[in-house]
Design a protein around this ligand. Structure first.
Ligand code: ZN
Length: 202
C-alpha cells in the first residue's frame, strides 16, 4: 500500500509557514512502516529537536484505478479517518533550504499516525470539521470546505501519475495551527466531534 500526503492544501496553513499557494497539489509519500495505529504511543525520535503535529483528514482508497476523471472520483473512496503527519520541522527546514527531498523530515517510522475509519456516508464530504486537542486544549481546527484541492481533485490529479490501489491512504493536508509537541503530551483527534484517535508522546 501507498501513503500519499498533500502539502499546503489550506490557505491559512500555507501562509503560516510562509509558503506560496500551490498551483497543483503538492505531493509526497510515506512508506507503510510510517503508520502508527491503534492509539499506540509515539516515541519522540532522537534525530529532531522540533517535532510538529499536523492533523489531517485521511481518505482510504477502496478500489484500484488510474487516470480517474473527476466525475467518478468519489467512487474510489468510501471511508475517512483522521491522522497526524508528524514532521521533524528542523530537518524539513534544512531540506527545504537545500532543495532536498523531505523524507528524512516526514517519512520516518511512526510518522503517520492513523485513526479508525468511518464510512464517508456518515457525514458526507463537503463540510467535515475536525480538530486536534493537545493536552485537552484545541490547537488545530479545520473544515474540508476550506481545502484548496478537494477530495475529487486530489484523486483525479494523483491517479494521472500513480495507479491508486485498494487500501492506499491520502493524507489531505493540514489546516493552520501546526506546532511542536514534547514528551508527555497527549494528542487527541476528533472528526465531527467524534473521538477518532488519542496518542501519547513518550
Ligand atoms: Zn501534512
Amino acid at each position: 500500500m501507498k501513503i500519499f500526503c498533500i502539502g499546503r492544501n489550506y490557505v491559512d496553513h500555507a501562509k503560516e509557514l510562509n509558503n506560496p499557494i500551490p498551483e497543483q497539489p503538492l505531493v509526497f509519500m510515506k512508506p507503510p512502516t510510517a503508520l502508527l495505529r491503534n492509539n499506540d504511543p509515539f516515541y519522540y525520535p532522537d534525530f529532531t529537536q522540533n517535532l510538529h503535529y499536523e492533523v489531517e483528514l485521511v481518505l482510504k482508497i477502496c478500489k484500484n484505478g488510474k487516470a480517474i476523471t473527476k466525475k467518478y472520483a468519489s467512487d474510489y473512496f468510501n471511508e475517512i479517518g483522521l491522522g497526524i503527519d508528524f514532521t521533524a520541522r528542523d530537518i524539513q527546514d534544512k531540506c527545504k533550504a537545500k532543495g532536498h527531498p523531505w523524507e528524512r523530515a516526514k517519512a520516518f517510522d511512526n510518522s503517520a499516525c492513523i485513526s479508525k475509519f468511518v464510512p464517508i456516508k456518515n457525514y458526507g464530504t463537503d463540510h467535515l470539521s475536525f480538530e486536534l486537542l493537545k493536552n485537552d486544549e484545541r490547537v488545530q481546527f479545520g473544515n474540508s470546505k476550506d481545502m484548496i484541492f478537494d477530495f475529487e481533485t486530489l484523486i483525479c490529479s494523483l491517479s494521472k501519475m500513480f495507479t491508486l490501489q485498494k487500501g492506499d491512504l491520502i493524507y489531505t493536508g493540514t489546516p493552520a495551527g501546526v506546532g511542536p509537541c514534547i514528551i508527555g503530551d497527549r494528542l487527541h483527534g476528533k472528526l465531527q466531534g467524534e473521538s477518532m484517535f488519542e496518542t501519547k508522546i513518550l
